[in-house]
Design a protein around this ligand. Structure first.
Ligand code: NAD
Ligand code: 6OD
Length: 488
């Protein structure tokens, strides 16, 4: 094996290898090998789950919410202290532009711990004074206890952001965790284990197992009978497999899944803002954002202008070294994902799309020629029934279609198996409220996109997920609510 780094599982504060050979970690911008990662077998996963279970009864159990809040704040501080390490690791694993990771991924990694530190300091439970026949009454009150050992299974598109989005509430509410990062982007989770130790989180509270999904760490973890709940972000099909695993033992799941999100642009919108907003929603992180817009509906009087303006925005996105501060457009995460996206590009052409821009692989400088690049792509003219408009692509692409009136726009936006997010552009406030209420999604943005307040409910409708996380909403999944009734 080379001198490149190898990532180990982290269990009870100790690094572990396993019986399986390590797998490769490659930089998506260049295709270069940047390290190896140990793959967990069932024995390693069992060891991690048992460590998390023991930790539930150790010093961790004796910390009150103020102690836990202090640990979460120290973890946020440690992420900021090692900002450049996290930044370099996230850019190398994902290929995303450093400008994006610097302003979104890494700051959110720290902020997620702070918002849930605030949350536990402000979480109350209900109480009722209950009448009884003897006139003395009874007091009922709610008591929240940690759910137990939580499995956290994560995707590759926003690795640190999405892992901490689940680890922070799990720990805030007193659980212990076993985290399975994506096989494509394992490094910032390994760094997170280091900063948790530095912050003083007791051994066994935060454990990491690396590997793949089926017949690997993901499956073993979701099937493990001593896991009390599974929180998962990823594809809808994987979410269904995890639900099946969770059915054994009747364990709860919190699922943030795929989307095929619609953007709706009315003729009365602020055109500059709408073009910039839809361009961001379609192309940010090379379209690898679950909330991204792959279906754009534009009111007919604005249609031709809008398409030309969006095309100009796409034309400004050029491949560049993700470590360069000026780069705004990165590669896809893996060769496998690029094949899937290029298949969709071919399918769009076969289904009769007009390719407004892109549709293939860009010209690349030699240094990037081995990377997993595709062109930002815009289509028009596809029938609503085309698979390109029904299945999530998760690439830098969107289809733009004209509509005539509000009812039509709402009906076409809702014509999807998914229901994650929408972005609506209009100056008419009454219409904004009507349309936001009518499109069946978990998150509706008006005149903006991906503007987050971490106290708000986050999750998807339909096949985009089960449950809501964020602020107090995660309480339902991360805790058990017991009612205590005391006769007075
Ligand atoms: P994925 O479902 O392929 O993988 C996600 C994780 O699940 C990985 O760690 C993987 O190893 C693991 N996994 C795969 N099969 C498994 C199995 N059978 N059992 C247990 N674990 C298994 O998703 P991805 O390709 O990493 O991420 C992209 C997808 O994630 C897109 O569909 C995107 O929409 C979705 N996503 C959703 C949200 C949201 O908030 N709704 C956020 C980000 C990404
Ligand atoms: O911002 C978040 O909290 C969140 N869960 C974002 C998900 C993005 C999907 O790719």
């Amino acid at each position: 094996m080379s001198a490149l780094p190898t990532l180990y599982h982290l269990i009870d504060g100790q690094p572990f290898a396993s019986s399986r050979p390590p797998f490769e970690n490659r930089n998506p911008a260049t295709g270069a090998l940047i390290g190896h990662v140990c793959e967990a077998d069932a024995g390693i996963v069992d060891r991690a789950v048992q460590a998390a279970r023991r930790a539930l009864r150790g010093p961790w159990a004796r910390l009150d919410e103020h102690d836990r809040a202090a640990l979460l704040r120290r973890t946020a501080d440690r992420i900021r202290a090692r900002f450049d390490d996290f930044l370099a690791a996230e850019v190398a694993d994902t290929g995303k532009p450093v400008s994006l990771a610097r302003t979104v991924d890494i700051p959110r990694g720290a902020a997620n711990f702070e918002v849930f530190a605030d949350q536990i300091a402000n979480t109350a439970t209900e109480s009722f004074r209950t009448a009884t026949p003897d006139g003395r009454g009874a007091l009922n009150y709610g008591l929240r206890t940690p759910r137990g050992v939580i499995a956290v299974i994560c995707p590759w598109n926003l690795p640190l952001l999405l892992t901490t989005w689940k680890v922070a509430p799990a720990l805030a509410f007193g659980n212990t965790v076993v985290v399975k990062p994506s096989e494509d982007t394992p490094t910032t989770t390994a760094l997170l284990a280091e900063v948790m130790r530095e912050a003083g989180v007791p051994d066994g509270v935060f454990n990491v197992v690396h590997g793949f999904g089926p017949d690997s760490a993901g499956q073993y973890l979701s099937e493990h009978p001593d896991v009390d709940g599974i929180t998962f972000t990823g594809e809808t099909r994987t979410g269904a497999a995890i639900m099946r695993a969770a059915a054994t033992g009747v364990r709860p799941v919190s699922l943030e899944l795929g989307g095929k999100n619609a953007g709706v642009v009315f003729a009365d919108c602020d055109l500059d803002a709408a073009v910039a907003g839809i361009a961001r929603a379609a192309f940010l992180n090379s379209g690898q954002v679950c909330l991204g817009t792959e279906r754009v509906y534009v009111q007919r009087p604005l249609f031709d202008t809008f398409v030309q303006r969006l095309r100009a925005e796409a034309g400004m996105l050029r491949p560049g070294d993700p470590r360069d501060a000026a780069t705004r457009f990165g590669p896809l995460v893996s060769a496998t994902h690029r094949r899937k996206v290029l298949d969709c590009y071919a399918r769009a052409r076969a289904d009769g799309a007009t390719v407004v821009t892109g549709g293939g692989v860009p010209q690349l400088p030699d240094a990037l020629a081995g990377g997993y690049w595709v062109q930002p792509t815009i289509w028009t003219g596809l029938p609503d029934a085309s698979p390109v408009l029904r299945e999530e692509i998760f690439g830098p692409c969107c289809h733009v279609a004209p509509f005539d009136d509000e009812d039509e726009a709402v009906a076409r936006a809702n014509d999807s198996a998914y229901g994650l997010a929408t972005t609506i552009w209009t100056r008419d406030l009454a219409r904004a409220h009507r349309v936001a209420a009518a499109i069946e999604v978990g998150v509706a943005w008006v005149n903006c996109w991906y503007l987050r307040d971490l106290r708000t409910a986050f999750g998807g409708a339909r096949q985009s997920g089960i449950g809501r996380e964020g602020g107090a909403h995660g309480l339902e999944f991360y805790t058990e609510l017991r009612n205590v009734c005391i006769k007075l």
